[in-house]
Design a protein around this ligand. Structure first.
Ligand SMILES: Cc1cc2nc3c(=O)[nH]c(=O)nc-3n(C[C@H](O)[C@H](O)[C@H](O)COP(=O)(O)O)c2cc1C
Length: 222
């Protein structure tokens, strides 16, 4: 199955059948998240892996009783760093130097560049971290589809309450999204056979052919 076939096959699954997904497939999805790109490579997030049904039941009311929460095999909670600190930057630079066998001194410029972000407010940096976490979610959605594992990306939950249940504040994290992983319930999911709704490609993709830039006459739609 190629990527387009996989993306056509996947859909935001509303009902799952409670079957467990194989460990190897979960591992592939986690490995894909591990390899997801992020700005500066900082990966300013963690992913909480939940397979415990009792915990899923606790989360369900926080996610407006959405059935996938307890019908899924696994829930992945994408949680972004609540703030950026000099210590996190220092640790990252030390890690890069070690992995790539470079001196930390040769990474001085990049360290300063990332350090400039400390001038932002904690909330601004949290938003930037959350954007990076969303890229990882997108990669995970593609990986799951290629592995023929159903999934639901979810923002429909109260993040303050979820953070409390998972004690994320203590870890310096705030929840951004949930990804439910499992198998579609073909009989009970009203969305199972519905066609995809997407905006017109003519609106979505804008090709600018001329180097002059933005004028109505030199913007051609694909
Ligand atoms: C960030 C994000 C948050 C979403 N939150 C929810 C959610 O809480 N519950 C849900 O059932 N679907 C949720 N969706 C699914 C979208 O409604 C769905 O992806 C969109 O309608 C496109 O349909 P498709 O994914 O089936 O192709 C979310 C999707 C994204 C990307």
């Amino acid at each position: 199955m190629n990527i387009i076939e996989a993306l056509n096959w996947r859909y935001a699954t509303k009902r799952m059948n409670g079957k467990t997904i194989p460990k190897e497939k979960l591992q592939i999805i986690l490995d894909a998240i591990y390899l997801a790109p992020s700005s500066y490579g900082l990966q300013p997030y963690s992913i909480i892996v939940i397979e415990n049904l009792e915990l899923m039941k606790k989360i369900q009311p926080i996610a407006y009783m959405q059935p996938q929460i307890t019908e899924a095999s696994v829930l992945l909670v994408f949680a972004a760093w609540d703030c950026l600190t000099q210590q996190k930057i220092d640790e990252y630079i030390t890690h890069v130097a070690k992995v790539r066998n470079m001196s930390e001194d040769s990474l001085k410029r990049i360290k300063l560049e990332i350090g400039n972000l400390l001038k932002n407010t904690a909330e601004e940096n949290f938003c930037w971290h959350a954007k990076q976490a969303s890229i990882a979610l997108g990669v995970a959605l593609c990986a799951a589809a290629l592995e023929q594992i159903d999934s639901t990306p979810m923002e429909g939950f109260n993040s303050v309450d979820l953070d409390e249940v998972l004690q994320l504040k203590e870890r310096g994290l705030r929840s951004v999204s949930i990804m439910a992983l499992g198998y579609r319930d073909i009989e009970n999911d009203p969305l199972v056979n519905l066609p995809k709704v997407r905006r017109n490609k003519e609106e979505l993709f804008i090709s600018i052919q001329s180097e002059i830039g933005f004028t109505a006459s030199n913007i051609n739609n694909i």
